[in-house]
Design a binder for this molecule. Structure first.
Ligand code: CUA
Length: 366
């Protein structure tokens, strides 16, 4: 009691007598809102100046970018206004030194509360409707869609073109051709994402997820795995090429010829094999199959550590290396465990490519 006395005395005769809001200004709220509006305008200008996404390369990319801009324009003022009012209030209405008294009792302000419930409600509802309209456009089925089956696995993507009977480690698409991607995974969750196309979809074990898009811009892009899927996640990137329809037909023809008459899916041909040496073919097989995600191999610039170091294979002969690729469970290198390496490389890599890969790995031994 005695300790508090000086304080209460202080408040009784001290600063609280003069209300800071009356001192020198009539409308602190108007001033706060004025500051908030100014800061919002500056904030919006800044966020619209930032280049958030790479060059758009699909039909719906522009719609998605516009949607994102609208979201920014709506959320920046809310953030800026709230922060301005909060900071302004903290500075302007802070207690004077020694003032330990309570503030004036306030029982709310109905007008204000109606405003700050109604405006966000209308904003969020309008944005939800707008978002739904854009989503509906994105998911709309187009005519003459080409189907591409996307399969993710630790740590590489495979692309199957069922109608064209082609299988590839590179995603090649004809420009202006609507595509339906059917996305699956052989093991854990992955996420199929080509930033320039804007769309992204998880690959979920046991499910087939679908996205549709039309590439609208020729060029080279990258498919990125956007779901942490293991040690090689960051290396799970592969080439995407959007080409002219003629170039696409030529590519299909090459793939089909190399895989033999109507190569069944799974017979991965050699896209760029003309004049390629065994070493080059081996290196390409190493890269395309994502070996470097898990293995270290200096000459390929690979530094994965999930599997044995391939600079120094324990039993360096062709038969052992081939067996280790085709049937990884047969012999397990010391310090590693069974079941980490996918067991389907034998089906995915055609015999000649496998041969080149084995030779390429043998050559790396010291
Ligand atoms: Cu696959 Cu991350």
């Amino acid at each position: 009691m005695s300790e508090r006395d000086p304080v209460s005395q202080d408040t009784a005769k001290g600063p609280p007598e003069t209300d800071p809001r009356i001192e020198g200004e009539k409308h602190p709220v108007a001033r706060m809102i004025g500051l908030g509006v100014l800061a919002s305008v500056i904030g919006i200008a800044i966020v619209l100046m930032i280049d958030w996404f790479p060059t758009p390369a699909s039909g719906i990319a522009e719609d998605i970018d516009t949607l994102y801009d609208v979201l920014l324009i709506c959320s920046v003022p809310v953030f800026v206004l709230v922060m301005t009012i909060a900071i302004y209030s903290v500075v302007r209405f802070r207690a004077k030194p020694g003032d330990m008294g309570d503030g004036p009792p306030i029982h709310g302000n109905t007008k204000l509360e109606v405003i700050w419930v109604t405006i966000p409600f209308l904003m969020v509802t309008a944005l939800a409707i707008y978002g739904w309209i854009v989503l509906d456009d994105i998911e709309a089925k187009a005519q003459d869609e080409m189907v591409v089956q996307v399969t993710g696995q630790q740590f590489a993507w495979t692309f199957d073109y069922p109608s064209e009977k082609v299988n590839s480690n590179e995603l090649v698409l004809p420009v202006d051709q609507p595509v339906e991607f059917k996305i699956q995974t052989n093991d854990v969750l992955h996420s199929f994402w080509v930033p320039q196309f804007r769309l992204k979809s998880d690959a979920v074990p046991g499910l087939t997820t679908i996205i549709r898009l039309t590439p609208t811009r020729e060029g080279s892009y990258e498919v990125v795995c956007a779901e942490l899927c293991g040690l090689g996640h960051s290396t799970m990137r592969q080439n995407v090429r959007v080409v002219s329809p003629e170039e696409f037909d030529e590519w299909l023809r090459q793939r089909t010829e190399e895989g033999g008459e109507g190569a069944p899916a799974g017979e991965s041909g050699e896209g760029e094999s003309e004049g390629e040496s065994v070493a080059e073919a081996g290196e390409r097989a190493f890269t395309e199959n994502g070996c470097g995600s898990c293995h270290t191999l200096s000459k390929a610039g690979a530094s994965g550590t999930a599997g044995p170091d391939l600079n120094d294979i324990s039993q360096a002969d062709a038969a052992y290396i081939e067996e280790s690729i085709v049937d990884p469970s047969a012999k397990i290198a010391q310090g590693f465990s069974d079941g980490i390496m996918p067991s389907d490389f034998g089906d995915k890599i055609p015999p000649d490519e496998l041969d080149a890969l084995v030779k390429y790995l043998l050559e790396a031994q010291r």
